[in-house]
Design a protein around this ligand. Sequence first.
Ligand code: MN
Length: 353
Amino acid sequence: MFDRTTLPYGVFSTGDGPTRIGVAVEDGVLDLAAHLGPAFERPSLNSFMAEGPQRWAEVREQVRGLAQTADLLHDVTLHLPFEVADYVDFYASEQHATNLGRMFRPDGDALLPNWKHLPVGYHGRAGTVVLSGTDVVRPCGLTLPGPEHRASAKLDVEVEVGFVVGVGSELGKPVPTGDFADHVFGMVLVNDWSARDIQSFEYVPLGPFLGKSFATSISPWVVPLDALDRVPAPVQDPPVSSYLEVDGDWAFDLTLSLQRNGTEVSRPPFAGMYWTAPQMLAHMTANGASLRTGDLFASGTVSGDEVDQRGSFIELTWNTEFLADGDVVTISATTGSGRYLGEVTGRVLPAPQ
Ligand code: MN
């Protein structure tokens, strides 16, 4: 349950009523349309997010007051919080990249030569980003042996942290790391569902495609950046190119929890990620690619040094055990001091007959 200081934003409705922007306060929801006016009677956070950091700070100050005094709603339907524009997924955990490198390329170096020079990423499928609670149908695809078209036998999850762009940028103008907080509105938790057998056959040479694009789940509440605890990032060696240099502490101190059918199987630590979110933002715009309101970029699987800190089943079981039909997977997060930051959940349905 969220406390009275985190105050994340979401979109909800009651009965047959219109969708509205709300704020989670303990076990209730603060209706911003009722308290701050019709600008908050919206189907998504996008118009609010586009207004920029000065407006975000003003509204957050008002919300802090309202959260202490206003009546809260308790029976609401949550919706996808923002309209996803583009979706990018990175690969920013050295431990995860090393584990997968060892499994997929046992005879080569675990990390490829580019990995410590830039945050490796790919463009995912924005249209299949779904709200927490949405069932996920086991995908079919070409897998070995064969290849034959069959239901994936290696359905997996990836425990990730996602960042949501509020303010877009101009085509042709890179966004420097120092402008991160001028553009990024907040954080969601992400489950990047992955079919490892489809992925391992298709991914050469252009990267993930159908093994990833069938569904990506996000949490319903977007946590504002200033509700996150920041700590120093790990030292990067070799030094990065100047466009990836960062001033200040931009690692976020949060611990994730991966649960399968109600049992915790892993606690991945996010603060130790090799690449930070401002570096991801700078990298994805370094060629002049523009940002749009609603862009989502995710960290890639969060894995720590210990076995029980790995953020995917392929790492936890070393490519031996995956999800069964009916399994429910939940990812949640807390700050370093134990403050709740939300959760994303989903259930696996059988492949189509
Ligand atoms: Mn991923």
